[in-house]
Design a protein around this ligand. Sequence first.
Ligand code: HEM
Length: 123
Amino acid sequence: MGLIKIIHLTAVVLTIVGFITRGILLLRQSPLMKTVWVKKMPHIVDTVLLLSGITLAWVTHQNPVEQPWLATKLSALLLYIGLGLIAFRFAKTKGVQLVSWLAAIVVFFFMVSVAMTKNPFIL
Ligand code: HEM
């Protein structure tokens, strides 16, 4: 396995562990949500995730226009980001926070499945 893929997969694990942890902190209204680590870490990890993904697509000559799995993954990424924004920024009630956070986690694992099978249709 190449170095970029190891970086990509490390970022995949870190991003979801961070996302799940932040959701728990959010729902418990933990003061830790205001700490620098909790605020800055996701941006660093997500930048590495995105850049390593783009690099992988580049070096393996996979283009989302020709590769339906990659197009599906990128569309799901937008959905994951949108649901994350709802959960952590826009939701006013705990119910909406919980549902959008859980939905984002489902979308995330759909992305892992699409990436592993290279098949956009199997969940
Ligand atoms: C939350 C976001 C992401 C998740 C969960 C994710 C997940 C994964 C996983 C699990 C693999 C390994 C698949 C395997 O078993 O070979 C992978 C590979 C890959 N990912 Fe991502 N990824 C994400 C974001 C991205 C982005 C933003 C891009 C591109 C712009 C990207 C492009 C790729 C490419 C090209 C591969 C290599 C596929 C191959 O081996 O040919 N990923 N990703």
